[in-house]
Design a protein around this ligand. Sequence first.
Ligand SMILES: Cc1cc2nc3c(=O)[nH]c(=O)nc-3n(C[C@H](O)[C@H](O)[C@H](O)COP(=O)(O)OP(=O)(O)OC[C@H]3O[C@@H](n4cnc5c(N)ncnc54)[C@H](O)[C@@H]3O)c2cc1C
Length: 693
Amino acid sequence: MKALKMLNSGRMLRYSTAFIRRGTALSSSSLNGAGYASTSARLSTTTMKSSKTAGGGKSNIKLYGVAAASLVTGYGAGCYQSNNYDKHDERQERVLPSGIPRSCCDCEAGHEETCSKENAREIVDSLEKIVGKEYVLKDFDAKFYCKGARLGQGSALCVVRPGTIIEAIECLKAVAKGGGTVIPQGANTGLTGGSVPRESSKDNRPPVVISMRRLKDIIPIDGGDKMFCFAGAGIMDVNRKASEYSREGHSVLGSIFLNPSTAAGVAFSSGGTQIRKGPVYTDRALYCRVSRDGQSVEVVNKLGIMVEDKSGNKIDLSQDKLLNILSEGGNSQLTLKTDVSSPDGKAYASDVNYPDHVCKSDDSVARFNADTKGLEVNRSEGKVLILASIHDTFPKPKRSRLFWISCDSLTTVLEIRRNVCLASASDLPSSCEYMDRDSFDVIDRSGRILCAVINLFGIGEVVRLLWDVKLKIESIPGCELVCDKVLHIFNNVFPKPLPSNLMYTGHAYDHHLMLEVGDYGDGCEERLLRRLKEFISERPENSIKVEECKSASEIAAVKSFRFVAAPAFRTWCVGENTQGISVDYALPKNGGETPNLAGDDAATPMKRMRYSHLGCNVVHEDIAYALGVDVHKEKMALKKSVEFSGGKLPAEHGIGLEYKAPDDTRSRWMSMDPSNTMNPGIGGLPSAKDYKE
Ligand SMILES: Cc1cc2nc3c(=O)[nH]c(=O)nc-3n(C[C@H](O)[C@H](O)[C@H](O)COP(=O)(O)OP(=O)(O)OC[C@H]3O[C@@H](n4cnc5c(N)ncnc54)[C@H](O)[C@@H]3O)c2cc1C
C-alpha cells in the first residue's frame, strides 16, 4: 500500500525522467515528386509553420482582430437571442448532435434521490481529504465535466480530480465504500455520453466523476519502442514524445486537436485514421476492479515491466516492489523496461494483426466497439478504472505524401479502397480518409473558423483551451447554442479552408479521398503509388482527379478540414435551424455501399454527410432534418439498415448511452464490475446496484 501511495504521477515523471535511460489533376509526375518529412507526430509544427507561410504576422493580427470582433459581436447577439428564447419555441423540442434534449436509445439514466445525505457528505469529505478541497468540484464548477461533447448531461455528487495513481485508487475506494457510483473520465471528448453522469435514473446511489486528466505523464520504455502512459496522458502528447525517438504514437483521431486520453482510447478501442496501426489496443495495463460486494478495490497489474540496475541486473519484482521502485525516485541508476520473460511482458501493446486482418476481404467488419477480444481493459467503457497502460510506438516514415483524390462515384472510391489501398498488408497507406459532397459543403459553410484556428495555432493547447471555453459557455443555461450561432454567422468572413485548386475540385466532384502514403524504406510507397497510377490509367478521363498537397500549409489545411467535420455539422444544424443526428458504424470489409434510409415513408434529409476512415470501412454519418421530423425513427431505421447489410454499430465512438450492447459484451462488463459500481447504465444495462432491474 505504501508503494501505491508513492506511485504519484507528478512525482513519478520527475523520478522517471531521472532514472530511465533515454537512449535507451493527375500526372505521373505528381505521383513521383518530393514528399514532406513526417506525418502525425509533426502535425503541430507543420501547422504552426503553415500559419507563417499563409500570411505572416500582419495577416495573423488581422485574423485575431476578426476573430475577436466576431466572437464579441456574436456572443452579444447570441446572448440576446438566448435571453429572448421563448420557452415553447419549437427549437427546444428538436434534436441536435449534442444530446439536447434526448439520446437515441432510451436507457435508464441519472439519479432521482441519492443515498442518505450523511453518506453523500461522508464521500465528499473523504475525497477532499485524499486530494485536497480544490480538486473536488461541486455545483457550477462541476458542470463542465457533466456534459458530454455530443451526448449526455447530468449532475454528479461531485467531480474529483486525483493527481496521483494512489489518489485515484483511494478515491475509488472511498466512493465504493460510501455507496456511490463512479464515472471515469478522461478528456471528455467521448461522443456517446459514457463519460458523464446520467440525466435521470432509477439508481439511488450518488455518481462521482473521477477525472483522470491530471495523471498525464508519459514514460518512454524499451528505447522509445513503447510508451508507458498514465491514464490521462493525451494521444497528441504520446505522438510528440514518440517523435523524440523518431517514432509515431499509436493513434490519430478526429479529435486529436483536443488531446483525448490514452486510457479512454483503451476503454473504447478508439479508432481514427491510422490504418497501419489499427484501433487502440493493449494487453498491458494497470487498473482497478471493484469487488463483488462493492466494498473493496483490487489493483490488477498486467504491465509486464521490470527494473534493471545500472549493471543490467534485473531487480526482483513483486508488484509491491515494482511500485515501490517506481515511486522512490532519485534512483538514476535504474531503468524501466519490458520484462520479456514474463507472460505479461510478452503480451501485445497494440493490435499487431490488424494490417492482415483489414486487408482480408470478407463479410466481417474490421473493428467495432462491442468486440470482446483481449484483456478486459480493452473496450471496458469505464467498467474498470484504468490507471496506466503501455502502447507500442511505430516507425516514422522517411517522408510522407498527401494526395487529394476526387472521384465521380462511390463505386470508384470503393474500387480504389480495395485495389489500391488494401491490395497488400505490407504496403498499406498511413491513412485513407473519405468524405462526400455534403460533408465538403457543410465543413466549408460552418467549419471555417475552427479550421482557421487549428491552422493558426496548430494542434495543441490553444485549440484545446478555446474548445473548453466553448464548452463552458455552452454549460451556462440558455447559452447552449450561442457559440455555434456565432461560428455559423461569421463563418464566411473567414478565408476559404482549402487552397483554391482543392476548393474547385471539391465543388466539382461528389466524392473525395485524402490518401497519405509513407516511405518506410521498403518500397511500399512506390508499390502503392504504382497501383494508383495503373488504376487511374484504366479509368475514363475526368472520372478521377488526383492532386498532391505539396506545401506544409496545404497539408495542414487538408488535415484540419477533415478533423472539423463533426463540430462543423453541429454548427451547421444550429445555424440553419435544423435537427441533426449522428451515427457511427462499420461496414463489412467487402462492402461499403451507402445504407438505405428508412423505407417509403422516410423523411428527406436536408444534408447527409458521410465521411469515413475508408480503409477500415468505418463510417460516420451526420444527417440533418427539418424541424418536426421524427429523427429518432429515422435514426433507428438507419441503424437497422446498417445491421441488415452486415454492418456493426458503433464502430469506434463507444457504446455509452447511445447504443444497447450485445449480450456477450454485457456479460463481459458485468463480470468486470459485478456490483455495478462503475459507469452504471451504459449499453442499456440496468443502473441499479448489482444490476437489479
Ligand atoms: C471532434 C471530434 C472528433 C472525434 N473523432 C474521433 C475519431 O476519429 N475516432 C474515434 O474513435 N473517436 C473520435 N472522437 C471521440 C473521442 O474523441 C474518442 O472516443 C476519445 O478516445 C475519447 O477520449 P477522452 O479522453 O475524451 O474520453 P472520455 O470522453 O473522457 O471517456 C470516454 C470513455 O472512456 C472511459 N474512460 C475514460 N478514462 C478512463 C479511465 N481512466 N479508466 C476507465 N475508463 C475510462 C469513460 O468512462 C468513457 O466511457 C471524436 C470526438 C470529437 C469531439
